[in-house]
Write a protein that binds this ligand. Structure first.
Ligand code: SF4
Length: 318
């Protein structure tokens, strides 16, 4: 929706690193296959500063790969905040390195989410220490258990254009959760489309073909809206499984054999029953997360507003 040329979205993701300290099978960011990469805070500031003229988001989600591997995360958080693109900064981590972060990290962020996987559990005592840190720094904190994953992409893909349309139209990342992504000067409507062409070497799609270049132009806001509202699948969708890959129990895979699981066609990796379910109910659960009642320590709206006010007052008094 436009308001004075500003588009307001649910969330915009930023991959501050591409690599990860884990190697989850079918990671949707394809992190186990990617080289080490650390995003540059100055570049992020420049991109978000331009984007902020035409686009606002409720929250910027910092992730990766594993975002806590970035040595200059505080600079990145400052860059996002100074750009004015959002009021809330959220970090999504697997939690393995969270014991090592400084108090400054907790002071700078608004929300922290840990995704916990069966082979990489975090003890209740350690969770309690995170909750304590979050409480004293007024950070919204949640930890979610993911026991299952869905297949994320196919190296072979499909030439069935009807199926590609079905995958795209039921894609929660693009249409329900709106996991918009900024990566190296480009804006994407989903997290996986910048990475599929980088990983599949015989893929004819160029990485940037799936996104929109962030430029300071009066035309940009309209181009962005057209891109976001398009009913046409992205080029990457012919290799992607969107939200409807087959369900399997979560596992860690060796990096060198990680891609072997994906050497099947889209048709072989898809969960047709779930695709039909999503066609009838676009927000039907994907069965990946364990009991949601484990979500803890989420701050109320009133508490978040209070935190915002405190931050504004601090800025005024500096
Ligand atoms: S590539 Fe297509 S199907 Fe995959 S996440 Fe992006 S929009 Fe969805």
């Amino acid at each position: 929706m436009f308001k004075d040329k500003v588009y307001t979205s649910i969330q915009c993701e930023l991959n501050v690193v591409h690599h990860c300290n884990l190697s989850c099978r079918a990671c949707t960011h394809l992190a186990p296959t990617l080289e080490k990469h650390f995003a540059d805070a100055n570049k992020i500031f420049d991109d978000f500063l331009i984007l902020a003229k035409y686009y606002r988001t409720k929250v910027v989600k910092i992730l990766g790969g594993e975002p806590l591997l970035h040595p200059n995360l505080i600079q990145i958080i400052n860059a996002i905040r100074s750009s004015g693109i959002t009021k809330r900064i959220h970090v999504v981590t697997n939690g393995q390195l969270l014991t090592r972060v400084s108090d400054l990290f907790w002071q700078k962020v608004d929300e922290v989410q840990i995704s916990i996987y069966p082979t990489k559990e975090i003890s209740a005592e350690v969770i309690k220490t995170f909750q304590h840190k979050a409480r004293i720094h007024n950070v919204a904190f949640q930890y979610l258990y993911f026991d299952k994953f869905r297949e994320s992409y196919s190296e072979i893909g499909t030439s069935n254009s009807k199926l590609v349309r079905q995958i795209y139209s039921t894609c929660k990342m693009a249409h329900v959760w709106q996991c918009h992504t900024v990566d190296n000067g480009y804006f994407y409507k989903c997290p996986i489309s910048p990475f599929i062409p980088r990983v599949i070497t015989n893929c004819v799609v160029k990485p940037y073909q799936n996104g929109v270049k962030i430029i300071d132009s009066p035309k940009f806001a309209k181009d962005l809206l057209t891109y976001l509202e398009s009913s046409e699948p992205l080029e990457a969708c012919s290799h992607c499984l969107g939200s409807v890959g087959k369900l399997f129990s979560h596992e860690q895979k060796e990096r060198k054999t990680w891609r072997s699981q994906q050497q099947f066609s889209t048709e072989e990796l898809i969960d047709m029953e779930y695709l039909t379910t999503l066609e009838n109910n676009p927000i039907a659960k994907d069965s990946c997360m364990r009991n949601r009642s484990r979500v803890k320590n989420l701050f109320s709206r009133a508490q978040r507003m209070q935190r915002c006010l405190v931050r504004k007052l601090k800025r005024i008094t500096v």
